[in-house]
Design a protein around this ligand. Sequence first.
Ligand code: DAH
Length: 349
Amino acid sequence: MESHSWQEWEKKLAAVTAAFEAEIAGATDEKAVEAIRQRYLGRKGGVLAGMLRTVGELPAAERPRAGQLANAARGAIEARLSERSAQLAVAALERRLAEEQVDVSLPGWPVPAGHRHPISIVKAEIEDFFVSLGYDVVSGPETEYDYFNFEALNIPKEHPARDMHDSFYLGETTLLRTHTSPMQIRYMQAHAPEVPLRVVVPGRTYRRDDDATHAPMFHQVEGLVVGEGVTMGDLKGTLLALARAIFGEATAIRMRPSYFPFTEPSAEVDVTCTVCGGTGCRTCKGTGWLEVLGSGMVHPQVLRNGGYDPDRVSGFAFGLGIERMAMLKYGIEDLRHFYTNDWRFLAQF
Ligand code: DAH
């Protein structure tokens, strides 16, 4: 009886150990290992504690051996638990390293960079050119007095540009400037009688126009030089150098007599056609030339209005449209592309 009972106890302990081994092998995380630890080694409900309680029921001669066996089993279980914990920790770390692996040889995410607007590019090129010649770069008010926009520039009352249909009037004496030329007067009045004056004025201008080549808002650059002995030759040399800086060194210019109320004489300036290089094509209507700006020698009355004595100084002036320059430089056919902000258009610059 007794030996039978002892054998049963030993068998039971072996079964416990085997069950533990099966469970611990199947544990896949630290939480499962902890649960198994509680189940087998827990002081109160633990399986091993239950086994130890039954040692007292064995014959006295067998008890020490049973105790030893139970302790050995406990030691083995504890060792196996720590071993499994360590294995799981290593596996978890390896899994995490694999998941978070970064392939440093992969190309990075492209960061989409913006583009400068073609108007800004051409404006900056024009400014840079004139800065290199020692010109001042200033801007003026976009809402202007009738006096600076027209009166002081010799533009008579009956001139069509003064018509409500051509200009945006804000009040009786104020309007959105129709050109950058009023800054000729403002700049002269601010600096007279100082000479020489060399200034360019880039900025927005407004007219009641809207088609493929005219927008209600557009950009101009005004130029003004005033000094002793300033000639039309100076004007021509300056504009030739400008045309070459913007359109390329092979560019030529030609000046055609024209009329502006604020210059005398006045000239319209053409550059070699940017499409055909001067041989004649559809863009230049077979002439080989494209008109790019208006210019002339500052009218004596305009010099006077600016505070200068036309008997002592002379000057030249010019005004160009940045949109027109950009259209010719880049071969853009419709002015409205500049204002629709279609990134497919803008991304080309
Ligand atoms: N202000 C003129 C316009 O908007 C352009 C112009 C022509 C400006 C001749 C000038 C000039 O300074 O001399 O059409």
